[in-house]
Design a protein around this ligand. Structure first.
Ligand code: IPM
Ligand code: MG
Length: 369
């Protein structure tokens, strides 16, 4: 199969982690006889520096013409610390989501037995946790009318029934392929938009009688994610709650550097790690590439390349279980980001299978470090 992929590495650690996904995709292409054509484009702070625009028209065009978009990360402290900045790197990802009609952001949260000690939660709480967040991505307070004068500001939160229904359908269908449980997270005791979510999703539930649906207030959900994350299968929620809860959920696994995401909707789909640009780590080859590599696996699934996606995921799991991890997961014995990309790509291609021996790998890594 031939696929054209728009690659937007972006800022901070974005280029480093995306480079590892590309290595893995190339090894998949060689092993399974596919052709992936990459079209690189500027986005974020680096695009502002070059063109003054965080999402240049040519980048948008590249994304629209591709079969999928692989996105790294954006953001830079010089904008974060300037509340008056008129242009911000984040406008690029918000613009892309809107322009590509990416209304659903899918964030799977998987735990790894060998990382149980790294999680801030006790092992018996995180054991076997496996859920997915369906976050609405093009509506709500992120995109409502914004107003600002000297002493007052407002952000409007608006949802239409149609916007709720289309993501809810995807979430119900996903639940049907999983453990058949869907939890709608909202703040229906306070917010009118949440009451519309509850009404719409409850009506839709009758079309999916085999799915158990419940509702949870977002403050309680934030607590339940820590107390008993194993109760969740599919979490469905609006834009801002999903942003906050998915960062919280990522810590359950031990590192934010493990969580991939897929954004799907009416146009081309986009795949990105949920972590940010982590500027403090940029250029040091210490970033965790797994989230970016697993995002590429979600892209393979999206192309219908399920065996290929599974191979990437299994290889990542195996590597993590063997202790082939970056500094965030093991500060004593860690591998550089680029070395992990090379190793994973080699394993996927079936080359040098004996490198799977953790002892050999650690020795080779130490000599490289
Ligand atoms: C995310 C990020 C973005 C968001 C930022 C970078 C605008 O935090 O993808 O979760 O808030 O959606
Ligand atoms: Mg976020």
């Amino acid at each position: 199969m031939k696929k054209k992929i728009a690659v937007l590495p972006g800022d901070g650690i974005g280029p480093e982690v995306i480079a590892q996904s590309i290595k893995v995709l190339n090894s998949i292409a060689r092993r399974f006889n596919h052709e992936f054509v990459y079209q690189y484009a500027d986005v974020g702070a680096m695009a502002i520096d070059k063109t003054g625009n965080p999402l240049p028209e040519s980048t948008l065009q590249t994304c629209m013409e591709a079969d999928a978009v692989l996105f790294g990360a954006i953001g830079h402290p010089r904008f974060d610390n300037d509340p008056n900045a008129k242009v911000r790197p984040e406008q690029a990802i918000l613009g892309l989501r809107k322009q590509l009609g990416l209304f659903a952001n899918i964030r799977p949260v998987t735990t790894y037995a060998s990382l149980a000690e790294i999680s801030p939660l006790k092992a018996h709480i995180t054991q076997g946790v496996d859920f997915v967040i369906y976050r609405e991505l093009t509506g709500g307070i992120y995109f409502g009318e914004k107003k600002r004068d000297q002493d007052q500001a407002s952000d409007l939160c608006v949802y239409s029934r149609m916007e709720i229904e289309r993501i809810a359908r995807l979430a119900f269908e996903a639940a049907g392929l999983r453990r058949r449980k869907l939890t709608l997270v909202d703040k229906a005791n306070v917010l009118e938009t949440s009451r519309l979510w509850r009404d719409t999703v409850a009506k839709l539930a009758s079309e999916y009688p085999d799915i158990e649906m419940d509702c949870m207030f977002v403050d309680n959900a934030a607590m339940q994610l820590i107390l008993n994350p194993g109760q969740f299968d599919v979490i469905l929620t609006e834009n801002m709650f999903g942003d906050i809860l998915s960062d919280e959920a990522s810590t359950i696994t031990g590192s934010m550097g493990l969580l991939p995401s897929a954004s799907v909707g009416t146009g081309n789909s986009l795949f990105e790690p949920i972590h940010g640009s982590y500027p403090q780590a940029a250029g040091q080859d210490i970033a965790n590439p797994m989230a970016a590599i697993l995002s590429a696996a979600m892209m393979l699934d999206h192309f219908g390349m399920h065996a290929e996606a599974k191979l990437v995921r299994d290889t990542v799991t195996e590597a993590i279980e063997e202790g082939l991890v970056t500094k965030d997961l093991n500060p004593k014995e860690f591998f550089p980001c680029s070395v992990l990309g090379d190793l994973l790509a080699a394993i996927i291609e079936g080359e040098d299978r004996n490198k799977l021996n953790p002892k050999n790998m650690i020795i080779s890594a130490i000599t490289i470090i």
